[in-house]
Ligand binder design. Structure first.
Ligand code: PLP
Length: 401
């Protein structure tokens, strides 16, 4: 997702204007005065590193996620790295992760000299298949790192059982896309040993740059994380361990403090949009041609992405069809990590993870952000129905509105 472009578009909804995949400005604009005041306060205070806004945001995040502790850091990628560092993962260790995820999940493992062991996913949720995870446990397995992909939690109960049976292997949640998501009534970040979050601008809670956070109920791990993110020093100039420099900026924390109070409302907007796609695709009988995403019974998704599936030979044509109508859509993720050049020496090949490989060929994510206008969503639905060769009619509910 980190492609360096800007994530903005126009909110004009006439047929010729683009429908953006995501427009962060629509979310930030109504809050700018409040955010700018918070930033100005940091500027005047001069407390740019680990200032009061950082402590405030850490406390708010722990409260929001339902954990005892939250520790800020520089990015979601660093949160994953720090999580594995604090667990003592090192050369020779294995960490089981999905291949159908953003690169950072795997690079955290590799950077510590450990071995990423890729497990396959479930076709309906795109999340780790516990059965394949169980198959891939070895005596060298030192952590399991499920990703709560696209805003929905992985099958944590089954994974916890497997981890427990294998000698209480720690579970690190990559919750970068799932802040606020629930599993059996508990929030992402409170379900494993450690939770990792990203505040990259395209995430459900996006800052004005990079930022990250770890959550845990384990006070000893939290204390060690505070040390590791600060070059391992404690007290000052005393280094009992080698850490990294990974801070959550006070400026970012100030922005995020303002935005966190609106997160549930934005999640509700995404859920409403997902429900509308679901009911419209059903009403127009497009579901023969389009596999819509499913939410598991024990889950509440926060819809970081709304990802449909089409037969591989139709997927690119569908994206092209939307692009011609200036409708944004994106493929997350086109190349599974086990097939990336940098992991060639791990010995995976085409066919190693069939469910993952098929998903990479079939997925397309549609605009789902909370501020997507009804008329814009209509255009996405209309273009989709056109692509499927089904005559589009506005729903009666919509006409009445
Ligand atoms: C975004 C993301 C990350 C990395 O977060 P950054 O803040 O960009 O470093 C890690 N894992 C997943 C699944 C992500 O989507």
């Amino acid at each position: 997702m980190s492609n360096g472009s800007s994530f903005k578009g126009s909110s004009d909804t006439s047929a010729s204007t683009p429908v953006p995949m995501l427009d962060v400005n629509r979310q930030n604009a109504p809050l700018l005065e409040e955010i700018e005041a918070a930033m100005a306060q940091v500027a005047r205070s001069g407390a740019f590193v680990h200032g009061p806004a950082c402590r405030e945001f850490e406390a708010a995040m722990a409260d929001y996620c339902g954990t005892q502790h939250a520790v800020g850091c520089a990015s979601g990628s660093d949160a994953l790295l720090l999580a594995l560092m604090v667990l003592g993962i090192e050369s020779g260790d294995e960490v089981i992760i999905p291949s159908f995820t953003f690169f950072a999940t795997a690079s955290a493992v590799s950077r510590l000299g450990a071995k990423p062991v890729f497990a396959d996913i479930l076709p309906d949720t795109f999340n780790l298949d516990p059965t394949d995870v169980a198959r891939k446990i070895t005596p060298a397995t030192k952590a399991i790192m499920p990703v709560h992909l696209f805003g929905q939690c992985a099958e944590m109960a089954a994974l916890a059982e497997i981890a427990h049976a294998a000698g209480d292997i720690p579970i690190v949640e990559d919750a970068a896309q799932a802040i606020g998501a629930e599993y059996q009534g508990r929030r992402a970040g409170s379900l494993g040993t450690l939770g990792c979050f990203s505040f990259y601008p395209t995430k459900n809670l996006g800052g004005f740059g990079d930022g990250g956070m770890l959550t845990t109920d384990d006070g000893a791990l939290a204390a060690k994380l505070r040390q590791l993110r600060d070059h391992g020093q404690h007290p000052r100039y005393h280094h009992a361990m080698v850490g990294v420099n990974s801070r959550l900026d006070t400026l970012q924390a100030a922005v995020l403090n303002v935005k966190l109070g609106h997160l549930n409302r934005w999640a509700t907007g995404r859920q409403r949009n997902a429900a509308r796609y679901e009911s419209e695709f059903a009403r127009l009988e497009l579901r023969e041609q389009l596999r819509v995403p499913t939410v598991a019974d024990e889950c509440k998704s926060v819809w970081n992405q709304y990802t449909v599936r089409l037969p591989a030979e139709r997927r690119n044509a569908f994206q092209q069809h939307l692009a011609e109508r200036q409708i944004g859509a994106a493929i997350y993720y086109p190349i599974p990590l086990h097939l990336q050049e940098c992991f060639a020496d791990l010995g995976y090949e085409q066919g190693s993870l069939p469910v993952t490989e098929l998903a990479a060929k079939e997925v397309l994510s549609l605009p789902i952000f909370a501020e997507l206008a009804t008329l814009e969503q209509d255009r996405v639905i209309q273009a989709t129905s056109e692509f499927c060769g089904v005559e589009y009619s506005a729903s009666s509910a919509h006409r009445a509105a």
